[in-house]
Design a protein around this ligand. Structure first.
Ligand SMILES: [Zn+2]
Length: 59
């Protein structure tokens, strides 16, 4: 199983969260990959506002 963020996931994440990164590197998301019986679930957490977004492989 490959753990990766597709282009469409990236677009979805960027549309979901518009926070300005506090980190000088520009990084603001934490990615958590959770393999389930229904497929891979990807949890994205914004470091700035602490919101979470759930993505599946189909997204
Ligand atoms: Zn945010």
């Amino acid at each position: 199983m490959k753990f990766e963020i597709s282009k469409s996931m990236e677009n979805k994440i960027n549309n979901w969260d518009k926070c300005e990164p506090k980190d000088v590197t520009g990084a603001k998301f934490a990615y958590i990959f959770i393999p389930t019986s229904l497929g891979l679930v990807i949890k994205v957490q914004c470091d700035v506002c602490k919101r979470e977004l759930l993505l599946t492989e189909d997204d």
